[in-house]
Design a protein around this ligand. Structure first.
Ligand code: MRU
Length: 400
């Protein structure tokens, strides 16, 4: 049975959400509001072990929760983009390993399945590996005399769960740090163009690029946010607009093809995007359409800024050409919301991501600071900087 088909409850506004947290109706006015339903929530017994996800395929129409009680259900949810975006995938992968461990499943096999569920977002395999390593290390320690009274499986499952919680906490802290650093690149009265979705739906904090946008909004520096609709799956129109509206940001959604004219008109001061994988040479894989924006931004002398945690930099992939780009089903292009757009049998070209060369990236904002220009050497220096530890921001969308 698919994860979307059971244990799902539509959560109308005003009713209790998962974990008993109230689901409030959207607030009017310019107030910042946290998400009604957590992006991801770990459920302990008796409701779990399980991972409850806000179903992003249903937004903004309804806030529905998909509860994954085993790893195949979670893998299915990841493939269907119920949960998506690089940092959130890292967290989900780690909780998936904890889920397998708590259930007594084959944890290494589960980690493999999770890590391979989507190929481009590096955080998925990274988070999965981290939780697996914590599980295996704890299993090894279980033979030590001080643990002789403890069940090794239980001990190791606890370690995997602790690691998943630590990944989520680090992500929330990274989000807050990226917002602080990135704010320095945003001028007063900024008109910002963004692509895809990079807010609290992709993070345990306020997100990546959207965290900077939120910081600019809260500092009174944001004049207007332009949101690319982001075909084919409309993460911009459906998800970023949903987050921007809840935050009281003045925003406008545009067709992706309108961005060229918008930039030419001088109405954009900075383009801000996230990243799914950054190669060691600084090439940035991000939602398809990002590369075109970067070319346009350079042509029109507008800064093109990428915001991503250091965990999204993949030093094991030397160049952008080596990044595996996920290709998705033709129906995502040939249909829209169940409506047929192209003649039956039409082929489709549907890469989920494209790769922007480092030379087009004006700056990379991470939790460890800003890198510009984006070069192999500067990325190495950034990686060598000690992580800055700060407490999680108030707007945490994952309840763990
Ligand atoms: O296919 P998705 O929706 O998982 O794509 C990921 C994205 O939302 C973006 O590419 C984003 O900029 C990177 S994650 C912060």
């Amino acid at each position: 049975m698919k994860s979307g088909q059971r244990n799902s409850a539509a959560l109308p506004a005003g009713r209790p959400g998962p974990g008993g947290r109230p689901v409030d109706p959207p607030q009017a006015g310019g107030q910042t509001q946290i998400m009604s339903v957590p992006t991801l929530q770990w459920l302990d017994p008796p409701r779990g072990p399980a991972v409850a996800l806000l179903d992003q395929t249903r937004l903004p129409a309804e806030e529905k929760v998909v509860t994954c009680e085993n790893v195949p259900e979670l893998v299915d949810a990841i493939r269907r983009l119920v949960i998506r975006g690089a940092p959130a995938l890292g967290v989900a992968g780690a909780f998936g390993v904890a889920l397998a461990a708590c259930r007594g499943d084959d944890v290494a096999a589960a980690a493999r399945m999770l890590g391979e569920a989507r190929p481009t977002a590096v955080n998925l395999a990274w988070g999965t590996r981290r939780a697996l390593a914590a599980y295996q290390a704890a299993l090894g320690r279980a033979t030590e005399p001080e643990h002789h009274n403890q069940d090794p499986q239980r001990l190791a499952a606890g370690a995997a769960l602790d690691e998943a919680r630590a990944i989520a906490a680090d992500d929330a802290a990274a989000s807050a740090a990226m917002a602080r650093h990135g704010l320095g690149l945003i001028p007063e009265g900024a008109r910002v163009l963004t692509h895809c979705n990079t807010g609290s739906l992709v993070s345990a904090g306020a997100g990546t690029a959207f965290a900077v946008i939120m910081a600019a909004h809260q500092a009174g520096r944001l004049d207007r946010l332009y949101v690319d609709e982001t075909r084919p799956l409309l993460q911009g129109a459906r998800l970023t607009a949903y987050e921007a509206q809840r935050a009281g940001i003045d925003y406008a959604v545009l067709a992706d093809s309108a961005a060229a004219g918008l930039l030419a008109s001088g109405a954009v001061d900075v383009v801000l995007t996230g990243a799914d994988r950054i190669a060691a040479d600084g090439s940035v894989a991000n939602k398809v359409g990002t590369y075109g924006l970067a070319v346009l931004a350079q042509y029109h002398s507008v800064p093109f800024v990428v915001v991503a945690p250091v965990s999204t930099i993949d030093f094991g992939t030397a160049t952008g050409g080596e990044i595996v780009v996920e290709h998705r089903a033709a129906r995502e292009v040939t249909t829209l919301g169940g409506q047929v757009l192209a003649p039956a049998g039409s082929a489709a070209y549907n890469p989920a991501f494209d790769v922007t060369p480092a030379s087009l990236v004006s700056a990379l904002v991470t939790e460890r600071g800003i890198t510009q220009p984006v070069t192999t050497g500067n990325l190495r220096l950034l990686n060598a900087r000690p992580p800055q530890r700060k407490s999680a921001p108030a707007d945490v969308s994952m309840e763990l």
